[in-house]
Design a binder for this molecule. Structure first.
Ligand SMILES: [Zn+2]
Length: 281
């Protein structure tokens, strides 16, 4: 399959072991990628307990998102492989903030090699811009969901109307200045229905913001020192949860830092990268 072969090539260029993992998983039929009738939606990576090998499930849609989802899930798979040497089972169980750091970073690390997948420079730049913009645009939505979840639990007797109103207010606060919802007001207040975290992992979703900020830091480091950054990324993932989250981030060469200074620095970096993509054809 084209997605598997090209991704194996791209990942091998980052690190030979990353590419070999794709080939091994493919040979052992550890990919379930194509859509079929009745197949559940979404994408995930699970570690198989007997062999320790990862298994990836997703629904290809023949759009750009196939590539991003695949690279994301391969980040999880690489994490599984690297932490498999941890002796204690508990150390292989990782918190979401480190799991998503592994996967979101892989989306960005591979970006400079997406020319494998795009025919023209223009298409490639468009895809890279979408990826970077997506990384930024996810942050306000995560803030909305985070505050919404806290409100839900602080107001256990709220009505359907109150809940809808609250979500609308939060959306207005965070994205009304950039999104014109005219004609789509119903979807503005109902959007949270699709966020499975609300039903499955109460109070979570913020881990994506934490990990995204980590992934942007790693990408920034990668731009300056590709090899050194990949080595540190590998060292951090090998730790599993044998070390605390701040130590895992530190080993990766980044900080668990949510200060406005740090966020401003990262946003400026992404804005500069977007500018470069707009200048080059
Ligand atoms: Zn993930």
């Amino acid at each position: 399959m084209e997605l598997i072969n090209k991704s194996a090539k791209v990942l091998s260029e980052l690190d030979v072991t990353f590419g070999s993992l794709v080939h091994e998983m493919n040979e052992k039929k550890l990919f379930d990628l194509t859509s079929r009738k009745g197949k559940a939606q979404g994408g995930f990576c699970e570690s198989l307990p007997e062999t320790g090998l990862p298994f990836i499930f997703m629904n290809m849609s023949n759009t750009d998102s196939d590539l991003v989802v695949f690279m994301h899930e391969m980040g999880h798979a690489i994490h599984d492989l690297l932490k498999s040497d941890q002796e204690l089972y508990a150390y292989k169980q990782i918190p979401m903030e480190s799991a998503e750091l592994a996967s979101m970073s892989m989306e960005l690390f591979t970006m400079d090699r997406w020319n494998e997948f795009y025919k023209t420079e223009e298409e490639l730049n468009r895809a890279k811009k979408d990826q970077l913009k997506g990384a930024l645009m996810s942050l306000p939505y995560i803030m909305v969901i985070d505050q919404f979840q806290h409100w839900l639990y602080q107001h256990p007797n709220h009505t359907w109307e109150e809940r809808t109103k609250k979500f609308g207010e939060l959306k207005d606060r965070y994205d009304a200045s950039i999104v014109d919802w005219k004609g789509y007001e119903e979807w503005k207040v109902k959007g949270w229905f699709y966020t499975l975290h609300i039903y499955e992992v109460p109070f979570y979703f913020v881990e994506y913001a934490i990990s995204q900020l980590g992934a942007i830091q790693l990408y920034k480091n990668y731009k300056e020192d590709p090899e050194g950054t990949i080595n540190k990324y590998k060292e951090a993932l090998k730790l599993g949860s044998s070390k605390s989250l701040p130590e895992v981030y530190k080993t990766a060469g980044i900080e668990l830092d949510f200060s406005s200074n740090k966020i401003a620095e990262l946003m400026e970096f992404v804005a500069k990268e977007l500018d470069l993509l707009s200048v080059s054809k």
